[in-house]
Design a protein around this ligand. Structure first.
Ligand code: CMC
Length: 428
């Protein structure tokens, strides 16, 4: 028999259905609560609200478990490629050889952006933040592919929109980088796989052939896989909620990019490196900065530490820390900020403030050190997070559409003034 939750308000008892997920997670279904009782629930920041039922990603914050479609992140990071993981997230299964061949073919035939889009790149000041450019450029794709505006696309049309946004994103990201340098854009080439093509457009030259180091390709694949989805979070829930109004995929992803930009979310990777550099320039006294992070009168927070749901460890951070050591060694890079990061982590993990609050390094604590070693400037880090998260946003957007979820529309508890009569300006 399925479980029932009982809610007592005054002298009345209400019964609410209990929903159970495939990993045993339980939720009280309050969707009819207001009709039954006149009450709504209040949960600022959605700390304890399940906004959907999803079969894409499972996460257990207490046990530090992360799985995409049932596959542990550790196995995917070690054995898979980013594009295979993208397929898995979007279509639900690991692809066969035939399926991945077709997927790669389709992607490589949609990598070009319309030549007119170059005018947008030209219009941005060269120092403007890549995330602002990215969200505008992705949204502007809707202008070039107006068929995406149809709210009821057929399955084929919807799939074509998915392929287009996934295929064009690396071109847009690398062109943003080239623009910041004032260098000519490098066009996509069908002979390369998704990640190599991106790296070639980013680090390649028009005047000579630049060999992309396989160590760099592997590192990039690992980082992108680790960022590919993370169930409901600020940007993903934004993508779902924007899409729930029947907005097109480009507008929905663009909104996700804007949500990711903030330093409390994806923007943390840029902040971490800037923080580590600041600590290094200040003499490297980690105790001083840990004390600042604990001081409630000081706005400083230890960036790359803490997570809304991971309260034991972030499994992605474990993989990244090891990858960071490996990659720096393989590339022969000795980065002092890595030592500062390790020292900060060591001190913080022994400190009662961080222990009591269950604050551990998150995925972004070490990712920036790898991006730096690969040659990316700091302000590109969050854009790389967006590139990685794109398949997750797409999979979640598609699932929301396939489930025909209703438009997202939370309630509120109003706390403002009650009835007031209008006062003419001269009498105020
Ligand atoms: N440094 C110092 N204190 C912290 C930190 C930190 N990084 N994070 C949380 N705390 C304290 C916070 O002050 C609060 O203390 P108290 O209970 O005494 O008021 C307590 O820990 C709980 O923090 P919270 O802000 O209520 O927790 P939250 O779940 O709302 O926020 C968070 C989670 C990730 C926004 C927060 O931990 C944070 O700001 N971390 C730094 C930014 C960061 O690294 N963000 C990247 C997250 S991972 C990438 C992604 O998926 O977005």
């Amino acid at each position: 028999m399925s479980e029932i939750a009982q809610l007592i308000i005054g002298d009345k008892t209400y019964e609410l259905p209990v929903i159970e997920g495939s990993e045993g997670e339980k939720a009280i279904d309050i969707s009819k609560l207001r009709d039954q009782t006149g009450y709504v629930t209040l949960d600022i920041g959605y700390k304890n609200t399940g906004a959907t039922q999803s079969a894409i990603t499972f996460l257990d914050g207490e046990l530090g478990i992360l799985k995409y479609r049932g596959y542990p992140i550790e196995q995917l990071a070690a054995k898979s490629s980013f594009i295979e993981v993208a397929y898995l997230l979007i279509y639900g299964e690991l692809p066969t050889e035939e399926q991945i061949k077709k997927f790669n073919y389709d992607l490589s035939h949609h990598t070009l952006v319309h030549e007119d889009m170059k005018k947008f790149f030209d219009g941005f000041p060269s120092k403007s933040h890549p995330m602002g450019q990215l969200s505008s450029l992705v949204s502007s794709l809707s202008a070039f592919y107006p068929e995406s505006l149809k709210p009821n696309q057929t399955a084929e049309e919807l799939n074509l929109s998915i392929i287009k946004v996934l295929a064009k994103m690396p071109t847009i990201v690398s062109w943003i980088y080239k623009k910041s340098l004032g260098h000519p854009y490098i066009y996509p080439q069908n002979k390369y796989d998704y990640v190599t093509n991106f790296l070639n457009m980013t680090f390649g030259q028009r005047t000579e052939v630049v060999e992309i180091d396989p160590v760099v390709v592997n590192a990039m694949n690992t980082l992108l896989i680790l960022h590919a989805d993370h169930e409901q979070n600020c940007s993903t829930s934004t993508v779902r909620i924007v899409g729930s109004s029947a907005s097109n995929i480009y507008a929905s992803v663009s909104a996700g990019i804007s949500a990711l930009w903030g330093p409390l979310h994806g923007g943390a990777n840029q902040e971490v490196i800037e923080m580590l550099q600041k600590i290094q320039e200040d003499g490297g006294d980690t105790d001083k900065w840990i004390a600042k992070a604990k001081d409630k009168n000081d706005p400083f927070r230890l960036m790359g530490f803490g997570h809304r749901v991971y309260k034991n460890f972030d499994p992605r951070a474990k993989i990244i820390k090891k990858a960071c050591d490996d990659i720096l060694e393989k590339l022969g890079i000795d980065d002092e900020v890595l030592e500062i990061a390790k020292k900060l982590e060591e001190v913080a993990l022994k400190d009662p403030y961080f222990i009591e609050r269950k604050l551990y390094p998150n995925v972004d604590f070490y990712s920036g050190i790898i991006y730096r070693a690969l040659g990316f400037p700091t302000d590109m880090f969050t854009v790389l997070f967006a590139l990685g998260r794109l398949p997750g946003w797409i999979a979640q957007w598609k699932e929301m559409k396939v489930h025909k979820e209703p438009i997202g529309r939370p309630r509120q508890i109003y706390t403002g003034a009650t009835n007031r009569d209008y006062v003419d300006i001269q009498d105020r």
